[in-house]
Design a protein around this ligand. Structure first.
Ligand SMILES: Cc1ncc(C[n+]2csc(CCOP(=O)(O)OP(=O)(O)O)c2C)c(N)n1
Ligand SMILES: [Mg+2]
Length: 580
């Protein structure tokens, strides 16, 4: 090995040790020409190195890991097309507020702006997704740059930060040892007492209180605080897609998801509520869709990031703070005030309504077909089979497609507080979940990981599957097959537009890929095949093998929330805006 190579390796070992010391648990990326961070991570205690075949997959995998582990993850890239190829995954990470540190290299200074091989303005490339992009050009400052990057990735609104190492830095001797080795702290705060008092005044007068929990509440571990608050306030509890599992979905106050994914009859509570406490959510479009009454609510909005306030809905009381600590403080404050039932209104009627709604939801869980052809498999039945064989303690990873949206309709799936969800954020990147599931499975090896996806999304991230096999991730993929891109097909059909290009002309290839990787795959054409197939899938996945259950579904198998908003394939010349 040349002196130059050994100096570079020493810098990378120092970088890996710094990141591990700061709390990062995983490094992923496509190997570069020279040994780099990925190689150094292999021998760094506390670090997991995951080589991938596609940087985009790496960005999604790191995001899945960060969301499920709660720890920042690292993606390593190099100059040229490497970083731009990761961009869609980084966009999703930023939408999901996943703490991600990108460590990238750049070409030697002599080639900068002079046609140097693979020169890219990386700061320009990351400008749409990164909270912070720093160029580290001095070995003495490298430790600071990496640690500060981790701090910024986890604090404020968590997100993507980039550290770009100059080539010259890699030729300097690194400091002899990493000095700061304690994990970077996620700083938590509560709103000022006066602000809490205003919120409590409003809450105390509520006749029909409602709590909406988002992914920020899950990240903060707000479950116990939300349960206590729901009890003292007499509130119904709803979740966003990312907030599932903050409270156990069998809690007597829990009524499913808000907005696009609301399951009837829970909508009557969303309409009837007077005071809404939103905890750890940006109130994105999918939460607001199909919920026009939201605009008339008296809103208390709690988030770590004040930039989340007044994006789509104006809060009467914005509270900047940690979701768990703030919910706890509000529960304490409310407990000192007049108890539920003595506030002039009739809270019993609200609690009765919540109980009635939960009764209605339970009937939905078991009722009939979701629109498949007679005898054929349908999405709702497939989800019931998932529930039967994987239970409520699992990692659910969702994709972005027409049919998988069924799974947001509680209680087709019902999740415990141990469960984890990885769902696309408002960027809804197709292919995100398939790749993110590997990071999720690595972060939570004791729970089964189930991916619910379309045939398009799986095809897009097919190159993630060899990585899942290499890592021994027993992930179960439930694939809703409609022979193409069903969502654009559905939207086009609303206006009578041509749908030809949304159809795949070739047969699916992913089951062959899964088998070639030592996994197990089956196709369920008949409804009766679903439960045995999921049972067998659970066994293979439990043994660390990829399991794939393909479920042919019909175009008419449209989730209730989508039907409610868009109507059946009827005359909808101007469908509501939705990100596709
Ligand atoms: C990277 C990316 N490209 C395009 C889209 C737009 N888009 C949303 S859903 C979808 C089709 C998804 O197809 P599939 O995974 O098969 O699910 P289906 O809708 O058929 O159930 C497309 C193209 C997107 N969200 N992300
Ligand atoms: Mg499809």
């Amino acid at each position: 090995m040349t002196d130059e190579t050994s100096t570079r390796q020493a810098v990378w070992r120092y970088a890996a040790a710094t990141l591990a010391g700061a709390g990062c648990a995983l490094v992923t990326g496509v190997p570069s020409d020279d040994p780099g961070l990925l190689d150094a991570a292999v021998t760094t205690p506390g670090m997991k190195a995951v080589p991938v075949r596609d940087q985009r997959v790496g960005a999604c995998l790191a995001t899945g890991h960060a969301l499920v582990s709660g720890r920042p993850a690292v993606l390593t890239t190099s100059s040229g097309p490497s970083l731009p190829n990761a961009l869609a995954g980084l966009l999703e990470a930023s939408a999901l507020r996943a703490p991600l540190v990108v460590v990238t290299t750049r070409i030697p200074a002599a080639g900068l702006d002079r046609g140097g091989f693979q020169q890219v303005d990386q700061r320009a490339v990351t400008s749409a997704v990164a909270k912070w992009h720093v160029v580290a050009d001095d070995a003495e400052r490298l430790g600071w740059a990496l640690r500060h990057a981790v701090h910024r990735s986890v604090n404020g609104a968590p997100g993507v930060v980039v550290v770009e190492l100059t080539d010259e830095l890699l030729l300097e001797d690194p400091p002899p040892a990493v000095t700061a080795t304690s994990p970077v702290r996620r700083l938590r705060s509560v709103p000022a007492p006066g602000e809490l008092r205003s919120a409590l005044d409003l809450m105390a007068g509520a006749a029909a209180p409602l709590i909406l929990v988002g992914g920020g509440a899950k990240a903060a571990g707000a479950g116990p605080a939300v349960r206590r608050l729901a009890g003292v306030w007499g509130a119904a509890v709803f979740a966003t897609a990312a907030g599932r599992g903050v409270v156990d979905e069998e809690h007597p106050a829990y009524c499913g998801l808000a907005g696009l994914y609301t399951t009837d009859p829970a909508g009557e509570l969303l309409d009837g509520a007077d005071v809404l406490l939103a905890l750890g959510t940006r109130l994105e479009e999918t939460v607001r869709m199909g919920w026009p009454a939201l605009a008339g609510k008296r809103l208390i909005h709690v988030d770590v990031d004040p930039e989340a306030f007044d994006l789509g809905v104006r809060p009467e009381i914005p509270l900047a703070g940690d979701a768990a600590l703030t919910a706890d403080a509000l529960a304490d404050g409310l407990a000192c005030r007049a108890p539920v039932g003595t506030r002039g209104q009739d809270p019993a009627s609200w609690t009765d309504r919540i109980a009635r709604v939960r009764g209605g939801l339970a009937r939905f869980a078991d009722s009939g077909s979701s629109g498949g052809s007679s005898g054929g498999a349908d999405v709702a039945e497939a989800l019931r089979a998932v529930r039967a064989h994987f239970g409520r303690d699992l990692v659910v990873v969702q994709e972005n497609g027409l049919h998988d949206m069924w799974s947001y309709h509680y209680p087709l799936l019902s999740l415990s507080e141990r469960a984890r969800v990885v769902v696309p954020g408002e960027q809804t990147m197709m292919g995100f979940g398939v790749a993110a599931s590997i990071g999720a499975a690595l972060a939570e090896p004791l729970l089964p990981t189930v991916v619910l996806c379309g045939d398009g999304a799986l095809t897009l991230s097919l190159n993630a599957l060899p990585v899942a096999a290499e890592q021994g991730c027993g992930i179960t993929f439930v694939v809703f097959e409609n022979g193409g891109f069903g969502w654009p097909r559905f939207v086009r059909a609303l206006s009578g537009a041509d749908t030809g290009v949304t159809r795949f002309a070739t047969e699916p290839s992913y089951d062959h890929v899964v088998r070639s990787l030592g996994g197990w795959a089956t196709r369920c054409r008949d409804k009766r095949d679903l439960r045995p197939a999921l049972e067998e899938a659970a066994e293979h996945a439990g043994a660390g093998r990829i399991a794939l259950v393909a479920v042919p579904v019909s175009d008419t198998d449209v989730p209730p929330g989508v039907l409610r908003l868009y109507g059946d394939h009827g005359d909808h010349s101007a469908p509501p805006a939705v990100s596709g």
